[in-house]
Design a protein around this ligand. Sequence first.
Ligand code: MLT
Length: 257
Amino acid sequence: MDTVSLYYEERGSGTPVVLLHGFPLDHTIWNPVVPLLEIHARLILPDLRGHGKSPLGQANSIREMAEDVAVLLDMLDIPRAILVGHSMGGYVALAFARAHPHRLAGLGLVASQAESDTPEKQRGRYNTAADVRKHGLRKLAEGMSQKLSAQPGLVETIRQIILQANPAGVVSALAAMAERPDATDWLGEIRVPAVVIAGEADALMPPDRAVTLEQLLPHSWRVSLPGVGHLPMMEAPEQTAHPLVELIQSEQNHQAM
Ligand code: MLT
């Protein structure tokens, strides 16, 4: 397996919680919830391979992205952690859960899903990848920044994050997402507490995806945020942090028993 050494930042202390950003963003999307979570836990905020300040590596798959996270936890000497994944970061968290079930202490899925891509969705991703290869990130940044947030005030911030992305990383992540396996048939094996957070105004993730996650994850609960789009951590930081604190506290109570 091809692994890379991820750029990461750290805040707080105690129960380790890894916050994984979505496509084609970086760890800074979590900034609005960091002050609300760092008083409860040790936050580890990586940039996934090919995103933010992390290198891309030779190959790429969601499984390899998950292995990068395992290597980062090894480097930090952390045997078990809560993983919270936003959208593509959720795909990575699920791949980690499958490969390293004993290292997962809890799971948060924000605006994410377990289903793999339809052939039509895959075609769309490969068309976008071809466009980015030819013309760079401008078109993707225009289109995605409008769709990512239900709040017009956030569009420019998001556009800037996307424009600073590594085009090769973006192309590679599109292929990694297109080829990711379906996770619905093994979600029942995830034995840790899991919270599913979804915005009701999410233009990128169909609302039934969160319902499926809640139905198939044995120890899960779902939080549905009215008027919130694809970026709950930026659009509604307090409503997003609250269930994540509950997840952290359930792990802390479990440890204390
Ligand atoms: C993301 O936000 O990570 C992506 O929109 C996920 C996807 O395209 O499947």
